[in-house]
Design a protein around this ligand. Structure first.
Ligand SMILES: [Cu+2]
Length: 517
């Protein structure tokens, strides 16, 4: 549903950004129409990556808040650096909530009643925590718990120590705040960055030695109280009039692009167009997992929170080229995902960037994921997305429901709606009964896409986020059948599954699952 629903649901949410004096905490963003640089990158050394981020915000002249992760690099403060780790490393990330002028009195949620993690207290518009999206890491305090972890403004900070499994596939993941009710606020235009697990050249030698580019696409609502208008930014550079971000490539050069959809709700139908025609891209990985076989396609659909990694061949000198997203129909009650030029591509003889390492053999640990979720399922479940107009919780309710249970919105202190055990292999059929496309995401694990609309999926990819198209009001619902593999004890615990349209998640289209050891 469009952004207006947040305002319809609570005028307080819409006016909060206007009540505070201007703050200018966040680094300046790159000027429109300039060459896009990769995010600043920090890498693990001797098995650990130690860094400190401070969450800040700036309020623009329209009164809207942009959140940011600030990192003190040598000689400069940079925003949301790319974190690079290896399988088996520890990510020691210290998070300081540096918001000094937030207004925690206007909107808050009851304190989580689970074990206190971090500062405790009520979740407010200025509370934060971090989710490591796609990482197969434990859902426990100081790792990837987002149910009980709260980092409040003014506290000393919070120490994450995320143990990356030795079996974590090489690829692109991302990090962002995940406080229920306020995720969209903090991700909007700002607080999100890329997390890369090294070693893709071992699994997919096609990328060895290529120039590597990291692109994070974010979304900024322009007018928070009016639905629709937004811009998409590429590594924080926004377009202005016809001045688009510029990607430099050498003529004919093959580059390895790693693209994260860090938008709030946008389904990105990505293409590289040369002289107006989409050209073939070699797809290497989705959602951090290398494909079992590469495939050639000229369009890659990346739902909100998804990632796609692919090889792009630069045009010959003198041809016009662009990186674009097409318009995407999300249904009668869905958002308007319009066509956008993300960047123009210019050929230059001086383009350079970091290069992927040369190929080497993956270890046995690193290739374990290839057999993930191949075993037959022992349990079948059916879930569905739905929306309800009118009700006690505002004009629209957003639900994800286990078939047979009562429709209800997420409550931070609810009991898990699904309980299972380590070792379970389950097939979940997820229907979309709403007049709007939703994006299913589960924390901690990936799933194998077995079927789409009841037919075998041609590629059976491993994903952590997948689109389920809207119902058009007649005929069968669209659905996916996903194999959930809970065999890894590393990810035992209580964690979340939800729609990754962040407004929907904030409004309760989410529930808990318990995987008991
Ligand atoms: Cu949704």
């Amino acid at each position: 549903m469009r952004g207006i629903s947040r305002c319809l649901l609570g005028i307080v949410l819409c006016v909060v950004p206007f009540l505070k004096p201007l703050a200018q905490d966040c680094p300046d963003r790159p000027a429109s129409g300039t060459v896009v640089a990769d995010p600043f990158s920090i890498s693990s050394r001797n098995g650990s990556l130690d860094a400190q981020f401070t969450l800040g915000h700036s309020v623009d002249t329209a009164g809207y808040t942009h959140y940011c992760y600030k990192y003190q690099a040598p000689g400069q403060v940079v925003e949301a650096p790319t974190l690079r780790v290896g399988p088996g490393d520890v990510l020691n990330l210290n998070i300081v909530n540096g918001i000094t002028d937030g207004d925690s009195t206007k909107m808050n949620m009851a304190p989580p009643q689970g074990p206190k993690c971090g500062d405790g207290g009520a979740a407010t518009v200025s509370s934060t925590n971090v989710h490591f999206h796609g990482m197969n890491v434990p859902p426990v305090c100081h790792q990837d718990d987002v149910i009980n972890t709260l980092i409040q403004p003014g506290s000393a900070g919070f120490q994450y120590g995320v143990h990356i499994p030795s079996t974590q596939p090489p690829g692109m993941y991302w990090y962002h705040p995940h406080v229920h009710g306020f995720t969209e606020f903090q991700v909007n235009g700002g607080a999100a960055g890329a997390l890369i697990v090294n070693g893709m050249e071992k699994s997919r030698p096609e990328v060895a030695g290529l120039t590597e580019r990291v692109f994070v696409i974010r979304q900024q609502y322009l007018v928070p109280w009016i639905p629709g208008p937004y811009i998409l930014t590429l590594n924080y550079q926004s377009p202005f009039l016809a001045q688009f971000p510029v990607i430099d490539m050498k003529p004919g050069e093959k580059q390895f692009w790693r693209v994260a959809n860090a938008t709030l709700q946008d389904f990105l139908e990505l293409q590289v167009q040369v002289s107006g025609t989409a050209v073939p891209l070699t797809l290497i990985a989705l959602d951090g997992y290398p494909l079992s076989q590469t495939r050639s396609t000229n369009t890659i659909l990346v739902p909100p929170a998804g990632r796609a990694e692919f090889i792009v061949q630069a045009p010959a000198a003198g041809l016009s080229a662009a990186f674009v997203t097409n318009s995407y129909d999300t249904g009668p009650t869905g958002n308007l995902d319009v066509a956008n030029t993300l960047a123009t591509i210019q050929t230059t003889t001086t383009a350079n960037s970091t290069r992927m390492p040369e190929a080497s053999q993956p270890s046995a640990d690193e290739i374990k994921y290839r057999s993930f979720a191949l075993q037959p399922a022992t349990t079948q479940r059916k879930l569905y997305f739905s929306e309800e107009f009118g009700g006690t919780n505002g004009p629209i309710q957003f639900y994800i429901t286990v078939d047979g249970q009562k429709q209800k919105v997420f409550e931070p202190n609810e009991q898990p709606v699904i309980s299972t055990k380590v070792g379970a292999i389950e097939d979940w059929t997820i229907e979309n009964r709403a007049l709007e496309t939703h994006a299913f995401h589960i924390h901690q694990i990936h799933f194998r896409v077995l079927e789409v609309d009841g037919k075998p999926a041609p590629n059976q990819d491993l994903r952590d986020t997948i689109e389920i198209p809207f119902w058009d009001g007649k005929g069968p619902y669209h659905s996916v059948k996903l194999r959930m593999d809970f065999s890894d004890p590393t990810t035992a615990g209580t964690f979340l599954f939800h729609c990754h349209i962040l407004l929907h998640e904030d409004l309760g289209m989410m529930h808990k699952i318990l995987v008991s050891p």
